[in-house]
Write a protein that binds this ligand. Structure first.
Ligand code: HT7
Ligand code: ZN
Length: 876
């Protein structure tokens, strides 16, 4: 595959003015007629040909200003159309005809059919699978679209923008025209045609325009879209309140699709969603699903301004829209739900997904400098670290200057295809500040280490704080310069008060934020009123590995006292992580109590503290995942040892907290009426965590089994089933529970995904045999990405003990599945293959086995570009 480089960016030779697309849908094929108004760009050589992108296309006709182009004047291949002898000065119209087969499109990129519905996915490079085009984000034009289709199979015809005329064509066919007045790149184009059900609503914008809202689903499912509609309206109101952004078209439509590569897509005025992020009801969806729907609905809606109105100049700038939009959806969730619990969730995700990526062979900067396959750069680094960078700008500038910068961004770049440099510049201009040291975050890969040292001089009551940053990157070689980063902190007194102190010496501190920009800086505080407890990196103000030698006594005190609730959670979570990493890297006998009595006591005490938010307490009871422990160990990892240590830790908490967990269980009746709000969800999370510890502590799977029977909602039912699968994987009761669950939900695709996913993630060596059987289950298929992910993705990505079986059988089985999947849907195969991204942390024998599997794959000629890119980079 060819490498695309940011340094090679140049404008197109020709300028597109607008396009009129006619799409004729038939059973078994589709014909696309594209009429593009074009002009040679000033400065382009008069004899330069027009070169358009294609992918698996067949050209049916080609006309210039209404006349067929002579054969000598063009070359058409599946992936390129080159036209010569075009007018030097005059505008011209190029007519391009293609024919495709949506039914055979298993890659789910371009125009395809899902459950009989015609739909499109064009980001990043799917439009070129529909017609030859300048399929790049810096070509912005208005689109007019006419869809023609059979009335019975497709009574509903949708595209971007506002609806125009529609009518009958005879022969059982009809048409509809859509007009999108906003200039957009091809990746935001979409059509949907099918026999869909709709729920409708409306939203009146702050300036008084009424917007018609529609959510379309498969027949019989529209009642499950009510919560999504509510989330949409709340998102629209929030974006007006918080960022002053109003919606801009007369209609906003969402369509739920069963076969979809990612979560959802922000096409202008026509968002297309994986149905997992639209359809919900209490009987089939968990609280986590509700939160997921709310987030994704918000995220795609927010793209209308950050992504669509202002888009990316090229795909290297992907974080410009994704990092910023993730930041915006995180802020929405924080405002709608609970800021601390939301931040804990984001940080957990960052550490479990992005940190491993940034610390292994798939490491890349938030703004990469090159790629072979852009689909492989929709990563945790671009999305989640990208969001952290925006958050750091907000923290460094403070809320007022940050808002000023955002306003300037919208004002200056509306209608543009912009770059990261332009984004950073608006904040420099709005706050009159120099962010050049900050901008390095976009270019330098890797997770920096922030080392904290403290010194307290009791005789002078003087406190000195020293911070040092370093970047040890390994292979990527993208630079290790010191960067500007915000370190939010507090000096806490023994009664849990933040002491009002200001530094007499040292660099830049604004309010409670140190603006660290040198490799090392010291700050001196005089008359601090006795030795304080340092609460540092509050709210995880920068995405770094923190090294801070703080005594256990101080940390346990902070876990109780810290006025910053996020840091209370982090203190406990970090302590657990460190202890488990120590126990999990120890050879020989496992300690029975790897956490130690005091830490266990602290966890139980927090869990039982009714003065604290239940969702927060549930987070404290949710120990770091085995894979997070593996990352902390860093080398020579044995997943079985980690699992054993985590199991002992859970047993110790269960034993110590027995009475607390019983009390929590009794306080929440299982048949309470279901409401998906955050407070109710938090109570359920706490009760279910308590149930898990109670069942483990007493060795009583029947307690979970019983809950499955009397649960009144999917949250409680799935939580109980998960307790059986994860804590009693080989118990006879677990299989019984799985069978009952299957019978009840056989016809609910999204619930069956949960059933497969739980079993794929069940720990232990017996799992693989069961997975092999499940793989042949009549309801299993590789063609639906959700289903493929449910079993194979959860096995490879969330099951360290079974996947990393010492005999290597897990790797070999996974390799065979990757190859099958790659022939159907390379994008999904490549994404799953990232399960190997941390392979160099494993002990030698497992590393050797993975190396054999990866190099075997690398030598296979049939691999897709997508999968080959991941395999090669993982091996490098
Ligand atoms: N912007 C969307 C990305 C996306 C996508 C990318 C590649 C292939 C398929 C895809 N589906 C959606 C989703 C988002 O970040 O909002
Ligand atoms: Zn996005």
């Amino acid at each position: 595959g060819q490498t695309v480089k940011l340094a090679d960016y140049s404008e197109t030779d020709f300028v597109f003015k607008d396009v009129f697309l006619t799409i004729r849908l038939f059973e078994g094929s589709a014909e696309i007629d594209s009429e593009i108004r074009i002009e040679r760009r000033a400065g382009t050589a008069p004899d330069a040909p027009l070169v358009l992108d294609g992918d698996e296309l067949t050209l049916t006709h080609l006309k210039l200003n209404g006349r067929a182009v002579a054969e000598a004047d063009y070359d058409a291949s599946a992936d390129r159309l080159k036209v010569r002898n075009l007018p030097a000065d005059d505008e011209f119209v190029l007519h391009v005809g293609t024919r495709i087969v949506p039914e055979r499109n298993t890659k789910l990129m371009g125009l395809y059919r899902s459950n009989g519905i015609w739909c499109t996915q064009c980001e990043a490079e799917g439009f070129r699978r529909i017609t030859y085009f300048y399929d790049r984000p810096d070509v912005l034009i208005p689109y007019k679209v006419r869809i023609e289709a059979p009335k019975d199979a497709a009574p509903v015809l949708l595209s971007n923008g506002n609806p125009g005329e529609s009518g009958d064509l005879g022969d059982g066919r009809h048409y509809a025209v859509w007009d999108d007045p906003f200039k957009k790149p091809s990746y935001l184009f979409a059509i949907v045609a099918g026999d869909l059900e709709r729920i409708g609503d409306s939203f009146t914008t702050a300036s008084g325009t009424e917007v018609t809202l529609g959510i379309y689903t498969d027949k019989g499912k529209s009642h499950q879209a009510e919560y999504a509609m509510d989330a949409l309206k709340r998102s629209m109101a929030w974006d007006e309140r918080r960022f002053g952004r109003e919606y801009d078209l007369d209609v906003f439509n969402i369509v739920a699709i069963a076969d979809f590569n990612m979560g959802a897509m922000e096409n202008k005025g026509l968002n297309v969603f994986n149905h997992k992020y639209v359809l919900l009801d209490p009987d089939t969806a968990t609280d986590q699903d509700y939160a997921g729907v709310e987030t994704v609905i918000a995220h795609e809606y927010f793209h209308n301004w950050t992504g669509n109105r202002i888009t990316c100049r090229d795909w290297f700038q992907l974080c410009l829209k994704e990092g910023l939009t993730v930041f915006r959806d995180q802020e929405f969730t924080a405002d709608e739900r609970d800021r601390t619990v939301q931040r804990i969730g984001s940080v957990r995700r960052l550490k479990s997904m992005q940190f491993p990526e940034d610390q292994g062979p798939l490491q890349h900067p938030v703004r990469p400098g090159e790629y072979r396959e852009i689909n492989n750069f929709y990563t945790a680094t671009v999305y989640d670290k990208g969001a952290e960078l925006v958050r750091m700008i907000a923290t460094l500038l403070g809320p007022e200057d940050f808002r000023k910068g955002m306003d300037l961004y919208f004002q200056r770049h509306d209608g543009d295809a912009a770059t990261i440099e332009e984004f950073v510049k608006v904040f420099e201009d709005a706050a009159s500040t120099d962010l050049s040291r900050f901008a390095l975050w976009y270019h330098q890969a890797g997770t920096p280490t922030l080392t904290i040292t403290e010194d307290y001089d009791a005789s002078d009551d003087r406190y000195t704080l020293t911070l040092a940053q370093s970047l040890n990157q390994g292979a990527a070689k993208t630079g290790t310069e010191p960067m500007l980063l915000p370190v939010k902190f507090g000096l806490v007194g023994p009664n849990g008060e933040d002491r009002a102190v200001s530094a007499s010496r040292g660099g830049d501190i604004r309010d409670d934020v140190i603006q660290l920009s040198e490799a090392e800086e010291s700050f001196v505080f005089e008359n601090v009123g006795g030795k304080p407890f340092l609460s540092v990196l509050r709210d995880f103000s920068a995405p770094v590995n923190l090294v801070h030698a703080q005594s256990e006594a101080d940390r346990l005190a902070l876990a109780r006292l810290d006025p910053n609730p996020f840091n209370r959670w982090r203190t406990l979570n970090d302590l657990v992580g460190e202890r488990l990493a120590k126990a999990g890297s120890q050879t020989g006998d496992q300690p029975t109590d790897p956490l130690g009595n005091e830490l266990v006591g602290s966890i139980v005490e927090t869990a039982g503290d009714d003065g604290l938010d239940p969702a927060f307490r549930a987070q404290v009871l949710n120990l770091p995942a085995d894979m997070e422990i593996a990352r902390l160990i860093g080398a020579n990892v044995d997943p079985d040892r980690i699992h054993a240590a985590a199991t002992s830790a859970r047993e110790a908490i269960a034993a110590k907290g027995r009475s607390v967990f019983e009390r929590l269980l009794n306080a929440t009746p299982a048949d309470a009426r279901f409401s998906p709000d955050a407070a109710s969800a938090g109570k359920r999370a706490l009760a279910n965590a308590a149930l898990g510890y109670a069942a483990v502590g007493e060795g009583r799977p029947d307690r979970a089994f019983e809950r499955i029977g009397n649960a009144s909602n999917m949250t409680d039912r799935q939580a109980a089933l998960a307790i059986l699968v994860f804590r009693f994987p080989d118990h006879e009761m677990t299989q019984r529970a799985l069978d009952i669950f299957y019978e009840r939900y056989e016809s609910e695709a999204l619930v069956l995904d949960k059933w497969f996913a739980l079993q794929g993630a069940a720990p232990g060596t017996a799992t693989l045999d069961r997975i092999e059987v499940l793989y042949r289950h009549p309801r299993f298929t590789l063609k639906n990405p959700n289903r493929a992910r449910s079993l194979i993705g959860s096995f490879a990505g969330m099951n360290p003990t079974a996947f990393n079986r010492a005999d290597g059988r897990g790797y070999a089985w996974f390799r065979d599945r990757l190859l099958e999947l790659d022939a159907i849907n390379p994008q999904i195969a490549a994404r799953m293959a990232t399960a190997f991204r941390t392979w160099r942390m494993l002990e030698e024998e497992r590393q050797r086995k993975i190396h054999d599997v990866l190099s075997g794959l690398a030598n296979m000629p049939q691999l897709s570009k997508d999968l080959r890119d991941i395999v090669d980079r993982t091996l490098a």
